[in-house]
Design a protein around this ligand. Structure first.
Ligand code: SAM
Length: 225
């Protein structure tokens, strides 16, 4: 029986990969990558020559059983995504579930993910938190936020630059303008920055400085007045 490894890769700075992750990517029989062109840069940087195949949200439903038969026949396979930890707002879950149902060993290496540095440097409580990932793209956004409005743990969201203002406006309506937020962009990259303030301040800030790059939003939990 083979083994499936989930291997976290940098979220920006190419230096943010562990020695163990590089060794594992060199050693496995095959790497499954979300976008092989994106991952090629990382693999070239670390002189990793392992064969790579595409595994992404558009083919994972078709591919996961075929991959499990390769694992059952003894192959060691690593799954990586474009950035961060596979399975965290990225493909991985279906393959992990299927592999486990076939008694295939599954191991996720510890490593980069965007939510943890954003949370830890936010200054908001990091002892208990809720990771919400991306809000639904169209319908169901308000409902999701209303369900979270009296959640007292810190909330973490992923957001794209073109939806940031819309999301902050919805936060303002549902969580109120005075709730504290911390918004980190471009973590580990050249233009990394973190805005900390209230939702209202954040709205004014990002109206004046149009959002660019990748964002993690941390929102303070609900506090009884
Ligand atoms: N698997 C990744 C992880 O472990 O964090 C998340 C992948 S998800 C498709 C991409 C989202 O993660 C971005 O839209 C952004 O919200 C967040 N993200 C990824 N890299 C980031 C970075 N360097 N700075 C801020 N946010 C980032």
């Amino acid at each position: 029986m083979g083994e499936l490894f989930l291997v976290p890769t940098p979220i920006g700075n190419l230096g943010d990969i562990t020695h163990r992750a590089v060794a594992k990517l060199k050693h496995v029989d095959m790497i499954l990558a979300e976008d092989t062109r994106t991952s090629r840069k990382l693999l070239n940087h670390y002189h990793i020559t392992t064969a790579m195949r595409a595994f992404h949200m558009n083919n994972e439903h078709r591919k996961f059983q075929e991959i499990c038969s390769k694992l059952t026949s003894g192959m060691q396979i690593a799954l990586i995504s474009d950035a961060g930890t596979p399975g965290i707002s990225d493909p991985g879950f279906l393959l992990v579930r299927e592999a486990l149902s076939l008694n295939i060993k599954v191991t996720c290496l510890p490593g980069p993910t965007a939510m943890i540095p954003a949370l830890v440097q936010s200054g908001l409580p990091s002892d208990r938190f809720v990771f919400e990932g991306f809000l639904p793209t169209k319908k169901g956004r308000n409902k999701r936020l209303e369900e979270l409005s009296d959640e007292n743990r810190t909330l973490i969201f992923y957001e794209s630059p073109h939806k940031l203002l819309k999301t902050l406006n919805q936060f303002c309506d549902i969580f109120g303008p005075d709730r504290a937020v911390s918004i980190s962009r471009e973590l580990s990259k050249m233009f990394e920055e973190t805005f900390r303030g209230t939702i209202n301040h954040a709205l004014n800030h990002f109206k004046a400085h149009p959002p660019r790059g990748e964002f993690v939003i941390c929102v303070d939990g609900y506090k009884k007045k």
